[in-house]
Each structure stands twice: as C-alpha cells, then as structure tokens.
Ligand binder design. Structure first.
Ligand SMILES: [Zn+2]
Length: 72
C-alpha cells in the first residue's frame, strides 16, 4: 500500500516536472521565434532593394553595388 502511494507520488512528480519542462521549452521556442521575427522585420525596414541589380542595400547608407546603372 505504501509502495503504491510512493509510486503514485513519483508519477505525479514526473508528470508535474514534465509539464513544466515542456512549458519552458515551448516558451524558449516562442521567444526565439519572436526574436527572429523582430530581426527579420528590422532587416526589411533597414534595407531597400536595388531596382537594377536586385541587391539589398542598407537604406540608411546605400552603397553602389558595381553595376553601371545602379542608382546608389
Ligand atoms: Zn545596385
């Protein structure tokens, strides 16, 4: 009887810590995705596509890509 209680308590503890672990992993995954989305958003706003060479250049300080008709 006592052994059964111990096993039950252990099973509850394992389930509890398992859920906590899964929740933590999920949280980290979401944080990573949010961080990546923020980085990508920043990249999109900070760069402009060159119409002649299809290269992405820094919008704040555009640099010529080497093409003769490059507007930057
Ligand atoms: Zn260009």
């Amino acid at each position: 009887m006592l052994l059964k209680l111990v096993i039950l308590a252990a099973a509850i503890a394992i389930a509890w810590y398992g859920f906590k672990f899964v929740g933590r992993v999920e949280e980290q995954r979401k944080a990573k995705l949010a961080r990546r989305a923020a980085e990508e958003g920043q990249t999109v706003t900070d760069t402009v596509k060159c119409p002649s060479c299809d290269a992405y250049v820094n919008a704040a300080a555009p640099s010529n890509c080497g093409q003769a008709d490059c507007p930057y």
